[in-house]
Design a protein around this ligand. Sequence first.
Ligand SMILES: C[S@@+](CC[C@H](N)C(=O)[O-])C[C@H]1O[C@@H](n2cnc3c(N)ncnc32)[C@H](O)[C@@H]1O
Length: 331
Amino acid sequence: MGVQAGEIVAVAILFCRARVSILKHCTGRKGSGSIPCLFFNRLTGFHMPSGPAAQMPPQTPPQPGQPIAGQGAAQNSTNRGAAAGASGGASTVDLAEIEKFAAMAEAWWDPAGKFRPLHRLNPVRVGFIRDRVAQHFGRDPSDPAPLAGLSLVDIGCGGGLLTEPMARLGAEVTGVDATPRNIEIARLHAEQSGVRVTYLPCAAEDLVATGQTYDVILAMEIIEHVADVDAFIAALSRLLKPNGLLFLATMSRTAKSYALAIIGAEYILRWLPRGTHDWNRFVRPSELARGLRRHGLGIAELTGVSYNPFKDSFNLSRDLDVNYMALVKPA
Ligand SMILES: C[S@@+](CC[C@H](N)C(=O)[O-])C[C@H]1O[C@@H](n2cnc3c(N)ncnc32)[C@H](O)[C@@H]1O
């Protein structure tokens, strides 16, 4: 995908305006561990020692359809993929990431708060998922409940921003998240909204241990936060029914995504707290396709999702350089 001239100018301005604030931030102890600083430090050779990593607690699988009390979910401490998952494979839980989400959990349902981008993304992604699922399963997307009777799991559901609309479209919905506080927030909101969702505080691999499989899996904006991408995709492949659909959304690792999603969103616009994203963990579509193929899955459709600052909204686009969504099927 080509970068437009206007975008190059905008990116250059963003970089210049951010330069001084990054310098200040990265040379101070407080900000030195954040993602932009790791990038900055790599470029400049600047280094701040980081603290010792702690161990991850062992995980226990939940029972099918049963709410659980956070056994499989992260509860404390920090380490990246330190323990094996309940299914016996590598853990997908990065406890440093979980701590970040736990600290922001109260903000999930504030449309002007830390999860504003996800609120703004919701209309376009709900429409994309509804239309593709309806088409695949022979439903009418204009029906009030086009997903009726389908089982759907939202992996890394956060506070339930996308989970609730799926239940409203008629699906039998399970939401799982490795941050227990997110699940508490999601449950409370669903109760208050009168929406029926089964929420479980656990990781993807814990769900595999239940033996449950699903017609539709959502793994939106999560793959860049997991400890082990291959183990995560392996878990998704085992949760998907043979005729099922998997939706993945993430950000590609390009210069443009660094400028817009890190410098722009975290440093200039301050849409997200600094360090929310690690650019090094963004996944290019080609890498995603390779990872999926290893587990018998294939990308059926790829679409970019672009932000329109004039309308303050996202729309589907052909630009895969920053945000994109993939519709995935068993190969
Ligand atoms: C950026 S949020 C995305 C929330 C939601 N999917 C959305 O798009 O609105 C990522 C979520 O993934 C969760 N998460 C990270 N690693 C996970 C794992 N291995 N298993 C389950 N959830 C995980 C985090 O707690 C966080 O709530």
